[in-house]
Design a binder for this molecule. Structure first.
Ligand SMILES: NC(=O)c1ccc[n+]([C@@H]2O[C@H](COP(=O)([O-])OP(=O)(O)OC[C@H]3O[C@@H](n4cnc5c(N)ncnc54)[C@H](O)[C@@H]3O)[C@@H](O)[C@H]2O)c1
Length: 244
C-alpha cells in the first residue's frame, strides 16, 4: 500500500496503459481522479471526463482534481494519440491533434499542477514519452516522434526547474505496447491484430511486446518514493528492443 493517502490524477485513464495505471494506484491505496473523453467504464474516486484539446479543460484539470480528491500529490500525463506516416502525408488536422494532445495538454496540466503541488509540499509528475522520438528517431512516424521528443525535452527541463520545489518530473518511454493504440493501427492497415502482435513480439529480445502492466509498474515506480532522487529522467521500457 505504498500510495496510501496519496491523491493522483491520471489522463488517458480509459486507454490500455491508463486503465492499468489506475487499477494499480487504487490497489496500492491511492485516491484517483480519472480523466479521459469517456470515463464511464472505470472505477475511481473522482470522474473528470473531457477533451484535452479544450484549453479550459486542460488548464483547470489539476485544480478540479485537487478539489475532488482533497489535494493532489501525483499527476500522470498518459493520454496520447498517434499519427503515422512521413511529413508529406501529414495534414494540418494531424498536426493540431498530435501537438494538442501529446504536447500542449501535458504542458497546460504541468503548468497549473506544479504551483498547486508545490504549495502543499511537493509531488510527482510522470509524463508518457516513447522510445520513438523520446529516445531516438523512428521511421514513418515523423509527427508522433516529434511530439514525443518535445514531451521528453519538457520533462527534462521541468525536472531540473522544479526539483527545488519538491516536484519530481520524469517520463516513461515505452517501445511497442499491446493496447488499442497499437492494435487499431494494425487493423487499419488490414492486419489481424493478434497475429501482428505475436509477429512483432518475435522482434523483441525478451520475446514479446509489452503489456500495459509492464509500463504501468514503471510509471508507479517513478511516482513513488522509491524514485525520490529521480528528476527529469527518461526511463526506457523496451524489452531490449531499440527503435528500428
Ligand atoms: N501503445 C504503444 O505502443 C505505446 C508506445 C509508446 C508510448 N505510448 C504512449 O502511451 C500513452 C498511452 O497510450 P495507449 O497505448 O494506452 O493508447 P490508448 O489509445 O489505449 O489510450 C490513450 C487514451 O488517451 C485518450 N485521449 C486521446 N485523446 C484525448 C483527448 N483529446 N482528450 C482526452 N483524452 C484523450 C484516449 O481516449 C485513450 O483512452 C500514450 O501517450 C502513447 O503515446 C504508447
Amino acid at each position: 500500500m505504498q500510495f496510501q493517502g496519496k491523491k493522483a490524477l491520471v489522463t488517458g485513464a480509459a486507454g490500455g496503459i491508463g486503465q492499468s495505471i489506475v487499477e494499480k494506484l487504487i490497489a496500492q491505496g491511492a485516491s484517483v481522479a480519472v480523466a479521459d473523453r469517456d470515463v464511464s467504464a472505470l472505477s475511481a474516486t473522482a470522474y473528470l471526463p473531457g477533451d484535452l484539446l479544450d484549453p479550459s479543460y486542460a488548464d483547470t484539470l489539476p485544480a478540479t482534481a485537487a478539489e475532488a480528491l482533497g489535494g493532489l500529490d501525483i499527476v500522470i500525463n498518459n493520454a496520447g494519440v498517434i499519427t503515422r506516416g512521413p511529413v508529406t502525408d501529414t495534414s494540418d488536422a494531424d498536426w493540431d491533434l498530435s501537438v494538442g494532445v501529446n504536447i500542449q495538454a501535458p504542458f497546460r496540466i504541468c503548468r497549473t499542477a506544479i504551483p498547486l503541488m508545490a504549495a502543499s509540499g511537493g509531488g510527482a509528475i510522470v509524463n508518457t514519452a516513447s522510445c520513438w522520438g523520446g529516445k531516438a528517431p523512428g521511421p514513418n512516424h515523423a509527427l508522433y516522434c516529434m511530439t514525443k521528443a518535445a514531451i521528453a525535452s519538457l520533462t527534462q527541463c521541468m525536472g531540473m526547474d522544479h526539483a527545488h520545489q519538491g516536484i519530481r518530473v520524469n517520463a516513461v518511454c515505452p517501445n511497442e505496447v499491446n493496447t488499442p493504440m497499437l492494435r487499431s493501427g494494425f487493423a487499419k492497415r488490414g492486419f489481424d491484430p493478434d497475429k501482428a502482435v505475436e509477429d512483432l513480439g518475435r522482434t523483441v529480445p525478451l520475446g514479446r511486446i509489452a503489456e500495459p502492466d509492464d509500463i504501468a509498474d514503471v510509471v508507479l515506480f517513478l511516482a513513488s518514493d522509491a524514485a525520490r532522487y529521480m528528476c527529469g529522467a527518461l526511463v526506457e521500457v523496451n524489452g531490449g528492443k531499440p527503435v528500428a
